[in-house]
Write a protein that binds this ligand. Structure first.
Ligand code: IPE
Ligand code: IPE
Ligand code: MG
Length: 264
């Protein structure tokens, strides 16, 4: 594909990859489980937090690359509800890292016309974090480019519970007798309302599970798992994921070739 000037390949491998990508068949929404920071650090005999710090650079690269490729939506799994089970020192570091990221990167986010959204349960976040993310969301609210959803204190089941409760509330207010829930009602009451469902789900570090991420929305996502640890995930690797995605035969339960012989 022709890439914007700002994405001119920095090496031959990248150049070869980017030439193969079909710019007309890019995913509308990429969701990423950014995993493997701790293992990256352990391999280098560093503390786990060094892995998280290194992971921020990968996030920065992927955000900017997706924005410049005009991918409409990108969701990054930054902190799950289950991650509260980690030691307090690690949690505190992750919260601090997020706040630093927002402060430092906001100009880049603005420059790329990105709209920041936070998905998850904000009320359980430390107040300082909540204030910072709310401010960042407000400051980017009128941006018209890529939507960047950061999943923070996020759980897929909790999201469904919250959606059902919102639907029940609305039904109580409008009269239960008329209430009829369909798929659209559920989608519209999720934290991700307004975003297309992810068509590509990337997980780094080789784990073959979804870890309570976007359970409803990934119904027909193409899943791409790479052994690469998140801090080692580069722009070239994103291109590889896109190429792999473009090779998939998305049948949605139907048949690709409807001229196949069906019966004897
Ligand atoms: C992902 O890396 C980052 C978060 C969950 C916040 P991990 O911290 O899970 O890294 P591993 O899985 O222990 O290597
Ligand atoms: C998923 O990674 C959550 C994030 C990337 C934020 P985890 O490392 O927490 O998931 P598990 O424990 O391997 O399922
Ligand atoms: Mg992990």
């Amino acid at each position: 594909m022709n890439v914007p000037e700002s994405l001119k390949p920095s090496n031959l491998a990248e150049e070869r990859l980017v030439r193969e990508i079909d710019g007309t068949r890019l995913p509308q929404h990429i969701a990423v489980i950014m995993d493997g920071n701790g293992r990256w650090a352990r391999k280098r005999h560093l503390p786990r937090v060094a892995g998280h710090r290194a992971g921020v650079q990968s996030a920065r690269t992927i955000i900017e690359t997706c924005a410049r490729l005009h991918i409409p939506a990108l969701t990054l799994y930054a902190f799950s509800m289950e991650n509260w089970r980690r030691p307090k020192a690690e949690i505190d570091f992750l919260m601090r890292l997020l706040r630093d990221y927002l402060r430092r990167e906001l100009p880049v986010i603005q420059r790329n016309n990105i709209r920041l959204l936070i998905i998850g349960r904000p009320d359980q976040l430390p107040e300082a974090v909540r204030n910072d993310v709310e401010r960042a969301m407000a400051q980017t609210a009128s941006n018209t480019g890529m939507k960047l959803a950061v999943a923070l204190n996020y759980g897929g089941r909790a999201e469904l519970v919250d959606a059902f409760n919102r639907i029940l509330d609305q039904a109580r207010q409008t009269g239960l007798a008329d209430a009829l829930v369909d798929e659209e009602t559920i989608s519209q009451n999720l934290y991700t309302a307004g975003l297309p469902d992810p068509d590509l789900l990337i997980r780094t570090s080789g784990e073959m599970r979804v870890s309570n991420f976007l359970l409803w929305q990934i119904a027909y996502a193409e899943i791409y798992v790479t052994e690469t640890l998140w801090p080692d995930f580069t722009r070239a690797q994103l291109y590889e994921a896109l190429l792999d995605f473009q090779k998939r035969d998305r049948r949605y339960g139907g048949l690709t070739d409807s001229r196949q012989k069906i019966t004897a």
